[in-house]
Design a protein around this ligand. Structure first.
Ligand SMILES: Nc1ncnc2c1ncn2[C@@H]1O[C@H](COP(=O)(O)OP(=O)(O)OP(=O)(O)O)[C@@H](O)[C@H]1O
Length: 441
């Protein structure tokens, strides 16, 4: 039961408020003087204070209420205070709201408004407490762990990293899925850095950057002369990683022959260099990443299902940046590394944009903005984001030809007026006109 403390020297008012709140299921205590209020606060857990501004007959200027408010703030900063005031004290109350009072209500009050004000203040308090608890949990979960410099604030990233830290000590194969530039490599770093293999090699291979015919030699090594151009013995990545971790990025690009060899290494730890019949042993932990839907590749016969089960013992799905908007500003501030701050509009724009290139794109945008902005603050225009961002992620065919023509007709062919009516910028309208092949009027 939530507890409200009413501080008012007027007995009938206290009674009325007590009845009102008790009927709504709150527990109410009344204090006729500040002294009584302090006693109640010391004895009980109070969730909200509703306080008057004058406590003795003849006092009208609210100074007593003001003094009490500041003392309450100091002693009990977590308890929301709603002020009750006469219209004549409005100016002072506005000052107190700036100083941290949650809200105020003018006497004589409207019951429904008062109930709503109190309910909102309590909801806000619960949210703040929840946030504090989350922050504490987060600090506890990540204490002593190596997060490899990753920046995050979203609950999605928090959960994902907690899971990664839980998995890190085991040797289980982990498949990290997620779109390009979302930070899959960072998760792989965390898995290795918090494992018992952390002092052993961590070998990263980007399968997307290797020509298909060189992949096997790259992974498993090759004897001199094993293929044309192999003039020296080549140590493979699995051999180099012995005892440590191999990270295969974009694993969907591995051709079927390489997949068969990889499956064998994972099952038996055995492999041969190309051109050699000597069987070697590798003790590695495999982390793979893909931005492609491997189940689709399996259905198409391009990826082995048995290998998929082996590499996908546990899957960590990294959401696109637009699905974890709480990370956008902390990441932007990190990439700006304190050199410049963001204007309010620029911050808003960053949060609205859809980030098809994810964190990598955000990083590029921030680096460019640092170079191009001239003031101390980065403005929206410095971000150089496509105009569609400004019009709240609207895509080119979100407005159909008919709507477009109607708007132009109504605007008498004045593009800026039509754009305003459609809620998009002039450039965005021009782009849509081009898209539908509509001539400039
Ligand atoms: N949480 C983060 N904190 C700090 N930097 C990050 C974070 N996530 C990503 N980055 C940075 O963004 C860039 C892209 O990340 P990364 O290379 O890990 O993405 P990826 O998902 O592996 O991309 P790809 O699929 O293209 O290989 C890197 O420079 C990386 O350092």
């Amino acid at each position: 039961m939530l507890k409200i403390l009413v501080i008012d020297d007027n007995q009938p008012i206290c009674q009325a408020l007590q009845t009102l709140f008790t009927l709504q299921g709150y527990q109410v205590e009344c204090a006729g003087t500040p002294e009584q209020a302090w006693q109640i606060l010391a004895q009980n857990n109070t969730d909200l204070i509703l306080q008057d501004m004058n406590f003795s007959a003849g006092q009208m200027h609210g100074d007593q209420g003001k003094a009490l408010f500041y003392q309450l703030r100091q002693q009990y900063p977590a308890i929301p205070v709603v002020l009750m005031t006469a219209w004549t004290q409005l100016e002072m109350v506005v000052e107190l709201v700036k100083a941290g009072a949650t809200d105020y209500i003018a006497k004589p009050w409207d019951d429904q408004r008062l109930l709503l004000t109190v309910a909102n203040a309590l909801k806000l308090k619960q949210l703040t407490e929840q946030q504090r608890r989350n922050e504490q949990q987060r600090l506890a979960a990540f204490a002593g762990k190596d997060l490899c410099g990753l920046v995050f604030a979203s609950s999605q990233m928090q959960q994902l990293l907690q899971m990664a830290l839980q998995l890190a000590p085991s040797s289980a194969s982990v498949l990290i899925t997620g779109p390009n530039g979302a930070g899959k490599e960072g998760i792989a770093n965390v898995l290795h850095a918090n494992s018992e293999r952390k002092h052993k090699p961590f070998i990263k291979v980007n399968m997307g950057a290797l020509p298909a015919d060189l992949m096997e030699a790259e992974l498993f090594g090759a004897e001199a002369g094993a293929y044309s151009g192999a003039s020296k013995t080549r140590i493979g990545r699995f051999e180099a990683a012995d005892g440590g971790t191999v990270f295969l990025d974009e694993i969907g690009n591995l051709p079927l022959a390489g997949q068969a060899k990889l499956l064998r290494v994972l099952q038996t730890g055995e492999y041969e260099r190309l051109g050699s019949s000597v069987t070697r042993k590798a003790d590695i932990r495999l982390i793979s990443a893909t931005n492609a839907d491997l189940t689709h590749a399996i259905a198409q016969g391009q990826f082995r299902q048995d290998l998929y089960y082996r590499i996908n013992v546990v899957q960590l799905a990294l959401p696109a940046l637009c699905e974890r908007p709480d990370d956008i500003l902390p990441l932007a501030q990190f990439f700006l590394s304190g050199k410049k701050s963001l204007s309010r509009e620029a911050s808003q724009l960053l949060q609205q944009y859809s980030w098809p290139g994810n964190v990598r794109e955000l990083q590029n945008v921030c680096q460019r903005a640092l170079l191009l902005s001239s003031g101390a603050e980065i403005q929206s225009a410095d971000l150089g984001l496509p105009d569609t961002a400004a019009s709240a992620k609207r895509s080119l065919d979100d407005i159909d030809r008919n709507q477009l023509e109607q708007a132009l007709l109504q605007a008498g062919g004045v593009v800026s007026r039509a754009a305003k009516q459609l809620g998009i910028s002039r450039q965005a309208l021009y782009r849509r006109m081009e898209h539908y092949g509509i001539e400039t009027p």
